[in-house]
Design a protein around this ligand. Structure first.
Ligand SMILES: [Zn+2]
Length: 153
């Protein structure tokens, strides 16, 4: 497999790295999904059934994107959330690839492709953010008992 043609295209992002920089920083699958708009296989990533509390960060730049508080089991095999961690965390883009009209979701900070958002989610938002597990890094919260002995502020 030759990958002779690497387009020297750079897009305007708040965190701008070259394709080579991303490639060296990420695993091949992370690179494929986040920088090449790929999609992991359904049920392939353990985050689709992750139940622990914490913050899901962008695997590329570490920005908090989703909270476990808004995670729900969509049955699709991808981690699903009904809202982003905060309003500005992700950006949305029209995606007309594959003869479908979908809304792509990216990390607002580094433009990493995360997944898509659909209007068939649960209350209170009705949105379903269908996100690739490899695009995320779960920052687990310490368990409440531990935090207590840790002089929690
Ligand atoms: Zn990012």
């Amino acid at each position: 497999m030759s990958q002779a043609k690497l387009a020297g295209k750079t897009d305007q992002a708040k965190i701008a790295r070259s394709e080579e920089e991303w490639r060296s920083k990420l695993t091949p699958e992370q690179f494929y999904v986040t920088r090449k708009h790929g999609t992991e296989r359904a049920f392939s990533h353990p985050y689709h059934q992750e139940k622990d509390a914490g913050t899901y960060r962008c695997v590329c730049c570490g920005t908090p994107l989703f909270s476990s508080d808004t995670k729900f089991d969509s049955g699709t095999g991808w981690p699903s959330f009904y809202a982003p961690a905060n309003r500005g965390a992700v950006s949305q883009h029209d995606d007309r690839s594959f003869f479908m009209r979908r809304t792509e979701v990216r990390c607002a900070k580094c433009d990493a492709h995360l997944g898509h958002v659909f209007p068939d989610g649960p209350k209170p938002t009705g949105a379903r953010y269908c996100i690739n597990g490899v695009a995320l890094q779960l920052d687990k919260m310490p368990s409440p008992t531990r935090a207590a002995s840790n002089a929690k502020a």
